[in-house]
Design a protein around this ligand. Structure first.
Ligand code: UDP
Length: 236
């Protein structure tokens, strides 16, 4: 199925396949933080992100959010539709933590209702700066209508996943999405949704169940990713 390595990122490899519009994503065990400045490898991390992301994309598809995800191929690999990625990181926030607390002096855990949507320009050399809609129109080839579609999908993902995570006793604090255009030019959700890209807190204890335990060196990444996968798998 896999033909040739097309691209290697910090957390995934992307391979071409026999079919021109299908790609294989292979999840790596590497964890990075602070734009690659902190790095480590965790046995099993690739499996967790592959299975968690597959689960969430399937759940979202069942609830009206189209994505590039097709099927799981193995513990660490999944088949996806090829898309042209729009170089934006779309962050949705329900509770204040992380960069927004520092940047704007907002008190930790302030509730955002309605949720906040932010765009960051996906450019490692610039450290992914935060941008507004006008910048996004200038820096990417996305149209006004596409940005509206992206924002509407981002809010829908938030709504669907917030209620879902609530059923497994998890607070969806914030998360990052990426979008691409499929071969028909339609906007679809792409990349991954996993504890690498979301902040997930235990509903009762507010214990962090995401990559912040690695970023901040406060816990064991595999233990908390395992907690998320087990809670997902317990839902039937
Ligand atoms: N995020 C991500 N990739 C990035 C930056 C942020 O997946 O390159 C996610 C991060 O895990 C969190 C949300 O987006 O769930 C908001 O992150 P924030 O802007 O607070 O950045 P940080 O504090 O991690 O620098």
């Amino acid at each position: 199925m896999k033909k040739q390595l097309l691209y290697e990122g910090k957390a995934k490899q992307v391979y071409t396949t026999d079919q021109s519009d299908l790609l294989v994503l292979s999840y790596k065990n590497e964890a990075t933080a602070f734009n690659g400045k902190k790095k480590a490898s965790f046995n099993g991390k690739g499996r967790y992100n592959n299975l968690i992301s597959a689960y969430l994309f399937t759940y979202l598809a069942d609830h009206g959010v189209p994505s590039h995800f097709k099927q799981t191929l193995s513990d660490t690999e999944q088949l996806v539709q090829q898309t042209t990625i729009i170089p934006l990181e779309v962050v949705v926030r329900n509770l204040a933590t992380g960069s927004i607390v520092k940047r704007l002096g907002i008190e930790e855990k302030t509730v955002f209702d309605p949720p906040l949507i932010e765009f960051y320009f996906k450019e490692d050399a610039l450290d992914d700066p935060i941008i507004n809609d006008q910048h996004a129109l200038l820096l990417t080839d996305a149209t006004v209508e596409e940005l509206d579609q992206i924002k509407s999908y981002a809010l829908k993902v938030n709504h669907v996943l917030q209620s879902f995570f609530d059923t497994i006793e998890v607070k969806l604090v914030d998360f990052k999405l990426e979008f691409g255009r499929d071969r028909l030019g339609e906007i679809v959700l792409a990349d991954e949704i996993s504890p690498d890209t979301c902040r997930l807190w235990d509903k009762t204890t507010e214990a962090k169940l995401d990559k912040d335990v690695f970023r901040q060196g406060t816990g064991d990444l595999i233990t908390v990713y395992d907690t998320i996968l087990k809670r997902l798998e317990a839902v039937k």
